[in-house]
Each structure stands twice: as C-alpha cells, then as structure tokens.
Design a protein. Structure first.
Ligand SMILES: *[C@@H]1O[C@H](CO)[C@@H](O)[C@H](O)[C@H]1NC(C)=O
Ligand SMILES: *[C@@H]1O[C@H](CO)[C@@H](O)[C@H](O)[C@H]1NC(C)=O
Length: 810
C-alpha cells in the first residue's frame, strides 16, 4: 500500500481541563495494515510539548492492554506504528474503529489522551460459508418465485464491504437483493422462465459476491438445482423477522424463541423441517434449532461485552424441496457481571513531608466492561482527610494531597481507592497504595525538662560525672541525631569550661575540677542540643549546679588565743560567786549548717567540781563558791566540736588563776612554767646527786663542808637578782602598747559566728574578766597580738571590760 493511497485525516482539538494533570487530547487517523515504523502524527507539536519536557518527563505511551500498536519517539516527539494493525481483528464490524491511549509524563505527573482512528482497507474478499449449495425446485414453480440463498460476508466495512451479487448464467434465474430491517441485505434467486423437468432436470449456476473496494474483491458459490416434480407451495414463515433477547451468561439449552412456518401442500410436500441456513463466524455453534418444532436453543455461552446481538437466518424446507426463510435477531442483555478494573498509570512511592497540598501522588485509570449503569463507575478513597481523588473524566482519577503532611505524625499511609459501578447489585474493586513520607528536618531537639538542677558534694574528684541532660528530636535518622554543646559563659570571671564539660554524644556533664563549697556555692550555664540536619536546628537549657557542703573544716578557736609559749590566764577572785563568768571560749567553723554548729565541752580540768562550760555558748562559769583551799592555778581543757558527720573538733586550754592578789598569782604561775620540767628531771638529779655524794663523801669532808656553805650563800643572792617584776596596769582597757586585744577579738567573734546555733552577740559581757598574759619573752607576745589585730574590724569596742592583765617574763 503506497503513501499516495493513504488518506490521512488529522483532527486536533485541545481541551483545557480543570485538572492540570490531564491537559489535552489529540486525534489522528491512519489506515490499517501500515508497516512498522510508519508515521502516525507529531504529538509534540500538536500538544504544544517541548522535546526536552518529553525527555525529562520520561514520556511514554500508556495502554490498558499489553499490545501497544503505537509507540512514541521521544527524540522527535512523533508517534509511529509499532505493530501491524488489522482493523478487522481489532474492531470487527464496529465503526469507527479507534485506538485510545495516553501519553504519560512524570515530574509533575500529567497525561494527554490520544485517539488514533484506524480506517479500513479492502483486504478481505466476500466469502460464502459453503462453496456449494444444493437446491430442489419443483417444475411447477411459477415465474417470479424467489429462492433465498446464503449470504456472503465481507469483514471489511463501509464501501469495502459487500456490494452486490452476480449470478451466471442468468437466463433462467436472476439475482435480487432485498434490504432488511437491520440494514443488511438478503439475496434471492428469482425464476424468470418456466422449468421443465423433462427437458432439463439439473441446472448449475455460479453466484459471485463482489465488494465495493478498490481493487474489487469477490467470492463465489456453486448452486446446483435439481428440478422436482410438482409441489405447489413453499413454506412461509409467520414472521419474516423474529426478535428475541437473552441475558448474557444464560445456561446452555435455554430456549431462545420458536419460529414457525406453514405450507399449504399435503403430505410430504407440506411437511416442514427447520434449519439454520447461515450464521456469521462469531455466532457459529452458539445456536441450534430443533428440526421439527423450530425451537431455537442456546448451544454455547455468550458475553455481552464481546457481542451485543446476533443475526441468524433460518430456513424452512418442505418435503418437496421448497424453502422459505426468516431472520432471527437475538439481543444480548447486559448483566452487571464485571467489576470495575482499576489500573495504576503512575505513582509515587515516597513523598517528602514538605510537599505542597495538591501534589499528585497517583494517577488511576478505571474501566468497567459492562454498559449503561452497570458500567458507570465512581471511585472514593478511605483517607479523605489527607488525600482527595479528582476525576478528570469518568475513567481517569488523580490522587492528590489535600493537607500538609507531617512524617512525625504519620510516616506511612495505606490509601485504599475503591471503585464501584452503579449496577444492582453494585460491583466494586479496590487497590491499596502504600505511600512513604520522607523526613525533612523540621523539629528541633527538645530537652526533657525546661531547666535542670544538680547537686555535687564538694571535694569531688575531677572528671566525676555529675549529671546527664537529655534532648529528643522527633525527626528521623541524621535529622534526629542530637549532640550536646556547652555554651560559652563565665562563672566568677572564669570560663565555664574550666568548671564542667559536656559529653557531645551522651549529654553527660563532668566536673572538670574539684569544687570547694567555701569558695563557690552554686553556678549555672547553658547546654545546647543540636541535631544533625542541614541546616541544623537547636535548643538550649539552663543547668544549675549546686555544691553541697562537707564537714571539711575543723572549728577554729579564736579566744582564748593559743600562743606557743605564753600563758594567758583568766583571773577569778576568791570571792567569786556561783555562776561567776570566768571567760568565754569563742570558735568559728567555716563550713555551714550542721557542719558549723558548734558545741563546747569541758574535757579535762584541775578541779572538775569548780567549773562548767556552756554546751552551746562556750561560757566558762564557776559552779560552786570558790574557797581558800582551791589551788591558784586551774587548767581547763575545752573541746569544741561541730555537728558534722563525722564531726571535727578543736581543743583549747584555758588557764584560770584563782587569786585575790598578783604576787600570789605570780609565784604560782612561775612554777606553772617550771614544775613540769622539774618533775621530769627529778629522778635524774636524785641519782646524780647520790653518786656525787657517795664519791666525794670520804675524801673531801671538811673542805666540801666549807665550800658548800659558801656556794649556798652565793646562789641565793643570784636567784633574787635575776627576777625582775614588772607589774602592768592598763589605765583603761584599750590600745595600750599599740595593740588591739580582747574587746576586738570579741567583736570579731560576733560577726564571724552568725551562722552558729547561738549568736555570740549575746556575749558582750564575756569581756568582763581578769586576763593574765604570761610569756617567757615579752616581745613575742606583742607581735602575735598585733598580728591578730589585722582581722579585727571595729577599733572602738562598746564593751565595758575590767581586765587585769599581766605580762610576765623571765
Ligand atoms: C500498611 O500496610 C502494610 C502492609 O499491609 C502494613 O505493614 C503497615 O503497617 C500498614 N501501615 C499503616 C500505617 O497502616
Ligand atoms: C536559648 O533558648 C532561648 C529560648 O529558649 C533563646 O531565646 C535563646 O536565644 C537561646 N540562646 C542561645 C545562645 O541559643
């Protein structure tokens, strides 16, 4: 077939549809039987599509059935024949015959509908079912009598279909075509001249069927006629056309209709038998007829979706060979026996959670082979909160997102699309699409708490883990990988990083140094949690670290001042009453709370019955009347303990002089310093003296006696001259000798022990004592007292004191 004979008709109409994914439609027309690779149409041009878009969108042809007759050449944007098309196989008698398909594009998903009409080519000749037919005709047949012949069929349509019949020779019979109700034509022979069996009992004719194509094609059938003896009447059907309708899928053996014919002759010439004279290919074998009764029954099954009606020719033959004919038209009734067929044209399996509403997820094509209501389909989705189905035409749906997606809310959707037809009962089918939502870094890490507080006991080992902060991120994978960062800040002017460190992976906070509660009680800083997204998101939290006190400091005694060699003695007059305030032991503890809660106890005393120490205030008082028998020197050992666990303590020696006059005190306190040494050396001196006496006894009696007398006298004189007494009376208890002494010490205590259980402020009267300071070297004492002054704050004490202080020196 040359290109010149082709008649190409290109129809182009672009429809702008409401939904963007179905943009247009284009139609072409091509003859059947074209060679593979033949040009069909330039879709790119006709649809206004760019070649680049065809390539980037991976344009392809989508057809429901697997045979693709047409292919798309993406490089040129043209449609080509992919496989030879036989119109008769594709459409049968149906006209017009067309191929419907879509051109699918991705990114974004869209499709265009293409219709290619297949025009007929005269490639089929008219054919007869049988090439020979035997007829019996009575010699009495009248001129003008007609005899029905089998029709020829031509699979081509239109002008290529069957056109006419030619009968040869045509001296006795001529051929005649009769139009019938269904548009078809029956063919008959008409008798033109009388038959004489005696002259010619056999005739042979050739019937030729020709079509209207170019070149013309034809088919022939031999007709053998036997001329019979006298039979007046041919059978006549009561109706020339019978109609019946049968539901599809009717069982085999179902009676379709009963035809009947009458014959006016008697005997065998009037006995009628029925037969099916002609059936088209597709009807062959489907119907049968009972010879005697004319009942047409179903021999096979038929399907409305394949063939909607059948035409059968029935012949009635009498015993004499005369025939009559009629036609039976069987309409097939549609049943709703096909459920909608859903076909996914294109789909996304994964969609980003930040996809805009109205993003196309899937395109669906749905078909229902039934007709009318049984074939009308409507589709719905089970998740109409997030997705909606838009219909571009009855057969095409696009599933689009209807709202913002959030992977943290739903990471996967199973969307079921259900399509049902409108038949009764309705048939439906469904398809489930799984759509994954991919993550976008849209959630910052969130700390479990809005702020954190942690405690650590002082004197910790550096590197100790104090505490863990934790933040969670509801995104996925890398976007949810949280790292912890210590934010720069300073504590007391030192970067916080020299106090603590934060482990990036685990959020564990470590102490970098050992903390001292006495230096820093608490501090705070910020920790940032940052995810691994791009760009990363972060949040921060305040962490406050509180250092807890440990009992790591012993009480310090401030008064009485403990000096290495000097002796400070409190003086108690022998006239003192019970409860006389001798002195007050003053101590501080730099710890806090229980650890600084001090208690005072008398540990050792020369006379336990004479003094007591106030448990909480450290006041030393007499508990009985002082008597003359009481020793002048009284030595008390007071222990000061804090309340920590374990507790720490300090011991202080309080010297008390019970005397009314200073010389008394003086003599006693001289021994104070020496009697210990004396006692220790006593034994040694005794042994030595005994040895010396024994050795010298006999040899030096007289001389020694005289010398001894002389020595004894000399030593007495020396002793008296080496003991200068310097009584010291301060005119007023103030800065004599340029030193601040007791009152200042007391004031200092008032301020330093405020957090102790009992404030020493009540202790103002503690200064009303007699104070005795004794030191082997007077200058040493002065220096020490002066050095104490540096921590005293108030130079003028309001306290009224009446001390008697002595400074004794060797
Ligand atoms: C979707 O269907 C799959 C397979 O049936 C199932 O494993 C999954 O849990 C379903 N997802 C949801 C969100 O229902
Ligand atoms: C810490 O978080 C607060 C809000 O919680 C924010 O205002 C501030 O800017 C953040 N600071 C830093 C240093 O990121």
């Amino acid at each position: 077939m040359s290109d010149g004979t082709m008649r190409r008709q290109v129809l182009l109409f672009i429809l702008v549809l409401s939904v963007s994914s179905a943009l247009g439609q284009v139609s072409y027309s091509v003859p059947e039987e074209m060679a593979t690779g033949s040009f069909v149409g330039n879709v790119a041009q006709d649809l206004g599509l760019d070649i680049k878009r065809l390539k980037s969108g991976k344009a392809r042809v989508f057809t429901r059935d697997s045979t693709a007759y047409i292919e798309l050449n993406r490089e040129k944007g043209i449609l080509l024949i992919k496989e030879r098309i036989d119109r008769e196989a594709l459409c049968g008698e149906m006209t017009p015959c067309a191929l419907h398909f879509q051109i699918l594009l991705e990114d974004p998903m869209e499709f265009y509908s293409v219709t290619v009409e297949i025009t007929d080519v005269n490639d089929n000749p008219p054919t007869f079912v049988t090439s020979d037919v035997q007829l019996n005709i009575s010699e009495s047949a009248l001129i003008g009598a007609s005899f029905t012949l089998d029709r020829a069929t031509d699979l081509d349509v239109g002008r290529n279909g069957l056109k006419t019949y030619v009968l040869k020779p045509n001296d006795v019979f001529s051929v005649k075509m009769n139009s019938q109700g269904d548009g078809g034509k029956s063919v008959e022979m008409v008798l033109n001249a009388p038959l004489d069996r005696e002259k010619n009992d056999h005739l042979s004719l050739v019937l030729t069927a020709v079509d209207g194509g170019e070149p013309q094609m034809s088919g022939t059938m031999q007709i053998h006629i036997t001329v019979l003896d006298f039979n007046d009447n041919a059978p006549v059907f009561t109706q020339s056309v019978y109609k019946a309708s049968v539901p599809e899928n009717a069982p085999i053996g179902t009676a379709v209709v009963t035809v009947s014919a009458t014959d006016a002759d008697y005997e065998s010439n009037g006995r009628i038998s029925y037969s099916i004279s002609n059936m088209l290919d597709h009807a062959r074998g489907l119907f049968g007829i009972k010879r005697e009764t004319g009942e047409v029954i179903l021999n096979g099954k038929f399907d409305y979706e394949k063939k909607k009606n059948f035409e059968i020719h029935i012949r009635a033959t009498d015993g004499g060979g005369l025939t009559g004919s009629c036609k039976l038209i069987v309409d097939v009734l549609d049943l709703n026996d096909n459920s909608p067929d859903i076909h996914i044209m294109s789909k996304s399996n994964v969609i980003s959670e930040d996809a805009k509403p109205n993003t196309v997820v899937t395109m669906i094509n749905v078909e229902d082979a039934d007709s009318a209501e049984n074939g009308k389909v409507h589709c719905v989705t089970n998740d109409d909160n997030n997705f909606i189905l838009k219909s571009t035409s009855g057969k095409f749906y696009t599933l689009v997102t209807d709202s913002e997606l959030d992977r943290e809310r739903a990471a996967e959707y199973n969307i079921t699309v259900t399509c049902s037809d409108e038949g009764v009962p309705s048939l439906s089918s469904s398809v489930t699409l799984t759509l994954q939502i991919s993550d976008v870094n849209d959630n910052p890490p969130v700390f479990e708490r809005s702020s954190y507080e942690a405690y650590i006991t002082e004197n910790n080992t550096p590197g100790l883990s104090i505490f863990t902060v934790k933040a969670t991120d509801s995104d996925w994978n890398q976007n949810a990988r949280v790292s912890y960062i210590l934010e720069d800040s300073s504590v007391n002017g030192v970067p916080v990083s020299s106090y603590v460190s934060v482990s990036a992976d685990s959020g564990v906070i470590h102490a970098v140094r050992s903390f001292d509660y006495e230096q820093i009680k608490d501090f705070q800083f910020r920790v940032k949690a940052q995810d691994g997204g791009s760009p990363p998101l972060s949040s921060n939290v305040t962490v406050k670290i509180m250092i807890q006190d440990q009992n790591d400091n012993a009480p310090q005694v401030l008064y009485p001042v403990q000096t290495g060699g000097s002796l400070v003695a409190e003086m108690v007059p022998r006239s003192a009453d019970v409860g006389y305030l001798v002195t007050k032991v003053v101590a501080v503890d730099v710890d806090s709370g229980q650890n600084a809660w001090l208690s005072y106890k008398l540990q050792k005393a020369t006379d336990r019955a004479l003094f007591e120490v106030g448990l909480q205030n450290g006041e030393v008082r007499t508990i009985r009347q002082v008597t003359d028998k009481d020793a002048v020197k009284q030595r008390l050992s007071v222990i000061v303990e804090d309340n920590g666990q374990p507790s720490r303590s300090a011991t202080v020696i309080v010297n008390v002089a019970v005397a009314d006059s200073f010389p008394e005190v003086l003599s006693e306190f001289t021994d104070f310093t020496h009697d210990k040494e004396y006692n220790e050396n006593l034994t040694f001196y005794l042994v030595l003296a005994l040895a010396v006496v024994s050795f010298l006894f006999i040899t030096c009696v007289v001389v020694i006696i005289s010398v001894k007398i002389y020595r004894w006298r000399q030593s007495r004189i020396l002793y008296h001259s080496n003991l200068p007494v310097i009584p010291y009376y301060p005119p007023r208890y103030s800065d004599t000798l340029g030193t601040g002494t007791l009152p200042h010490v007391y004031n200092y205590e008032v301020c330093r022990t405020t957090d102790s259980r009992k404030s020493d402020c009540k202790f103002g009267r503690a200064g009303s004592q007699n104070v005795l300071i004794m030191d082997p070297s007077s200058t040493g004492t002065m220096q020490r007292i002066q050095s104490e002054k540096s921590i005293l704050d108030e130079p003028d004490s309001p306290l009224e004191v009446r001390p008697l202080s002595y400074l004794l020196s060797h």
